[in-house]
Ligand binder design. Sequence first.
Ligand code: PGA
Length: 243
Amino acid sequence: MLIAANWKMHGDRAFLTAYFEGAAALCWPEAQTHLVFPPATLLERAAEAGTAVGMVAGAQAIHPARDGAHTGCLSAEQVAEAGARWALLGHSERRAQGETDLDVAAQLEAAARAGLRGLVCVGEGLAVREEGEAEAYVLGQLAAVLALPAPALDALGAIAYEPIWAIGTGRTATPELAQAMHRALRERLEAVGLGGLPLLYGGSVKPDNAKALLSQPDIDGVLVGGASLDITAFNAIARAANE
Ligand code: PGA
């Protein structure tokens, strides 16, 4: 199981200190991976503090280039130096700012170059779902990534299915709906020899719905936004994965 916390644009040093103190006081299931994606300003501290509680830090976004005139961006090498071991790629809130499927593929190449694992996010909006096109849309988002040659593709660490209509809305996909999409993703990945890749669900995951989602056969973890800001809630989600 892979349980990931995406803080988005939340948190400061005081929050981070309290978060990891809280984490240290709680029991965490062994034999599953816990990731934390803090804002870039807190990456170095999160990487250090996370070590003590077995949480691995990742960057919320990276630029494909190694360096250059890209004001406000961070390269894979820069976040790796700050302690990131993973990077979120193609989160819907980034795609909404203009990131394309090809950008996400280029970011995975950059992640591979810097020795990071990429957690690629996919997911359809409400209109696409209502048109009955969700599966084709999501598989299409993945196509550019899966078309990458082997060294870059090796950096693909996990995929998160996050239906946009479920993110931050309190409207979670039913376990059955999520499972159906995860099954489709699994079959596509199996066809290219990546059937063992962890498939995460994201979108209004909370302590009270985590167990039902995580007990689906093709859901191997969760990517948690809002509820991950509360260490007790995040811990409850992590423990639900182990029940
Ligand atoms: P949410 O966010 O849990 O607040 O819905 C999930 C995400 O965007 O990764």
